[in-house]
Design a protein around this ligand. Structure first.
Ligand code: DX5
Ligand code: ZN
Length: 225
């Protein structure tokens, strides 16, 4: 069943706690936290103190950390200690991807690998048997509110086939440009976690927007053609 995961990047940072409460009320058990360092991507966002504050105020919410940073080996353990449950690192940022992913798991978090729109699924061949999730970027990372890149769905379908063929258990996540207009198509491609930033927090009622997206995703996969 696809789950919508709200990305707090699009929330009002002056009211972050209220924003997280709102999506919890809308049914979110997990939030997506975008970490940017101004080097791997041309933008900055949040650091470990925000993770710590969210963990203190929301002890039960799962926190999916998407590290868009050049030095995940140094910072992944810091974010895990601060309260991250799932940590994904970019294929493009890791010199020793196998070691980095195992290090995240050894620190007690679920480890994800992320691929940019220009990175091929074939490059993940040697990590798919142990990684906890694969995040397919459907925009170039760095900013919310960008246009969905449709061919990323081919990557999702390819990964679904590989997972089936090799009887693997990694989850599939997609991130960027998903809203009420395309969430059905995204769900049908076979993703497990659908990140949604501006389509949730840009709405007047984020809880309601989240519920609508979740319903559209569930309806899409229950329709048999
Ligand atoms: C972009 C981030 C996304 C972003 C998605 O680099 O990784 O998580 O928050 O935002 P929307 O849903 O607005 O495209
Ligand atoms: Zn993200």
């Amino acid at each position: 069943m696809p789950t919508i995961v709200p990305s707090i990047l699009a929330s009002d940072f002056t009211r972050l706690g209220e924003s997280v409460s709102a999506v919890q009320e809308g049914g979110a058990a997990m939030i997506h936290v975008d970490i940017m360092d101004g080097h791997f991507v041309p933008n900055f966002t949040m650091g470990p103190p925000i993770t710590t504050a969210l963990r203190q105020r929301f002890p039960k919410v799962k926190m999916d950390h998407h590290l868009m940073i050049e030095d995940p080996d140094t910072y992944a353990p810091i974010f895990i200690k601060a309260g991250a449950d799932c940590v994904s690192v970019h294929y493009e940022a890791c010199r020793n991807l196998d070691r980095t992913l195992h290090m995240i798991q050894d620190h007690g978090a679920r480890a994800g690998v992320v691929i940019n729109p220009a990175t091929s699924v074939f490059l993940l061949d040697n990590v798919l048997d142990f990684v906890d999730y694969v995040l397919v970027m459907s925009v170039n990372p760095g900013f919310g509110g960008q246009k969905f890149i449709t061919r990323s769905l081919d990557k999702v379908r390819h990964l679904v086939c590989l997972r089936e063929e090799r009887q693997l258990s990694f989850l599939l996540e997609i991130d960027g440009g998903v809203g009420p207009d395309n969430v059905a198509e995204v769900a049908k491609a076979g993703v497990d976690w659908v990140v949604a930033g501006s389509s949730v927090f840009g709405a007047d009622q984020p809880a309601e927007a989240l519920r609508t997206m979740q319903r559209l995703a569930e309806e899409a996969i229950s329709i048999k053609v």
